[in-house]
Write a protein that binds this ligand. Structure first.
Ligand code: SF4
Length: 239
């Protein structure tokens, strides 16, 4: 059974029942309690893991930049060879952009990604002795690194809970679960950080990504069998 699925035939809550129970007027305490239950259900349903292959924070940063608009599977295929050739920030900084573009071409947006990765590596060499910094403040100052990528690096590369990753999946699922009414990723993250205990921030983000990929998909969410159905105001709204 794929991650996140519960067995069919689990007690049905009734279509629209959750929606009728809650709604935009949900008291803050109730929303917080519901968020805690969601955190627990996600922890039962999904491993706290990232699907990008990496061996150190530098490789994770490169893989995360490459993963924009690309599947993790494809990124892993590309980085298998890339990481053999480029082993340090200095290696990337010295790369020939024309050659590098070809090496990562299949991940899409290869010109922008080449610019981001080589500039990022150069900044690491110039400002951080080639090492990836382990603070949000210093990461987001680096070229090619936004708050989402910084959260991935901090959470999965350094085991730090500095924020919650908000990608397209987390954005969609947070809205359906009514954990945030915002559309701006940084505001969604702020809402999630208020609702989720800090020591769960990184793992919660990883699990929400998987939930969005495998269960609460954009077009056809699998509400029947969803481990969060009992706590979701949007359950069965899409069928
Ligand atoms: S799959 Fe359905 S029940 Fe589960 S979180 Fe998404 S909308 Fe809610």
């Amino acid at each position: 059974m794929p991650p996140g699925k519960k067995a069919r035939g689990s007690p049905a809550r009734g279509r629209g029942a959750a929606k009728r129970r809650r709604g935009s007027g949900e008291p803050a305490d109730a929303r917080r309690e519901r968020a805690r239950a969601i955190v627990a259900r996600l922890a039962d349903a999904y491993p706290a893991r990232i699907e990008l292959d990496f061996g150190n924070p530098l490789e994770l940063a490169v893989a995360t930049i490459l993963s924009a608009q690309c599947t993790d599977k494809r990124v892993n295929e590309v980085t298998r060879e890339l990481f053999q050739k480029y082993r340090s920030a200095a290696d990337y900084a010295a790369a020939d952009p024309e050659v590098f573009q070809e090496e990562i071409r299949s991940t899409g947006f290869f010109r922008n990604k080449t610019r981001s990765i080589l500039s990022f590596a150069q900044a690491l060499v110039d400002e951080h002795e080639g090492a990836v910094p382990d603070s949000m403040e210093r990461l987001v100052e680096l070229p090619g690194i936004g708050r989402k990528t910084a959260n991935v690096i901090l959470g999965s590369g350094f085991g730090k809970n500095e924020g919650v990753v908000v990608d397209t999946h987390v954005k969609r699922v947070s809205g359906r679960l009514e954990l945030s009414d915002e559309s701006d990723p940084e505001k969604i993250e702020r809402d999630l950080m208020e609702l989720v205990p800090r020591d769960e921030w990184a793992n919660f983000g990883l699990r929400m990504v998987q939930h969005g990929r495998y269960t609460c998909t954009a077009r056809r969410p699998s509400c029947d069998g969803c481990p969060l159905e009992e706590h979701c105001p949007s359950a069965y709204s899409f069928v």
